[in-house]
Design a protein around this ligand. Structure first.
Ligand code: S3P
Length: 167
């Protein structure tokens, strides 16, 4: 049985959609950010501050390796930067069906303009940073995806139905 893996940019709704999808599918949901926070005993912000981004990226790969050993089926929501590490590509494919939640930079900005929990967006020009990161990442997201779902302007029920139709 395959896991369902949600990838996509910060603010694309991976965690919220993941929770609802797991409820509908009657399986558990794992969020890689929460898994890492629990294992490290601190927030993502503190991990970035104390150990740096590269340590956090190692934690992400470790999390995927642990999930591969886990025989239970899950919905897995992964941090927005996790798919950018080539080391993670085979692990993601091995884990299951990859669903990319596609969102525009404008909608990310609308959702995250007051966010304080994403270290990568706490600099001087978060709006520009979103555009830059999106340009760097979108091709990789697309290439990894088994299914692409455009989430712009859609409510959760429609998004969930579209995902379930593709599984
Ligand atoms: C990151 C996304 C975050 C979190 C960390 C880095 C990124 O997760 O992993 O702040 O590089 O895009 P979400 O995509 O759940 O916000």
């Amino acid at each position: 049985m395959q896991n369902v893996i949600l990838i996509g940019f910060m603010g694309s709704g991976k965690s919220t959609i993941g929770k609802r999808l797991s409820y509908k599918m009657r399986i558990t949901m794992i969020d890689t950010d929460s898994w890492i926070e629990k294992k490290e005993g601190k927030t993502i912000t503190d991990i970035f501050k104390d150990q740096g981004e590269s340590y956090f990226r190692e934690c992400e790969t470790h999390c995927l390796e642990k999930l591969i050993e886990d025989k239970e089926r899950h919905v897995i929501s992964v941090g927005g930067g996790l798919p950018m590490n080539p080391e993670n590509w085979n692990l993601l494919h091995e884990l299951g069906h990859i669903v990319y939640l596609q969102i525009t930079p404008e909608n990310v900005w609308e959702r995250l303009k007051n966010d304080m929990k994403r270290p990568l967006l706490q600099g001087d020009n978060p709006k520009e940073k979103i555009v830059t990161l999106m340009n760097e990442r979108k091709e990789t997201y697309e290439q990894l995806a088994d299914t692409i779902i455009d989430v712009n302007g859609k409510n959760f029920d429609i998004i969930l139905k579209e995902i379930q139709d593709k599984l």
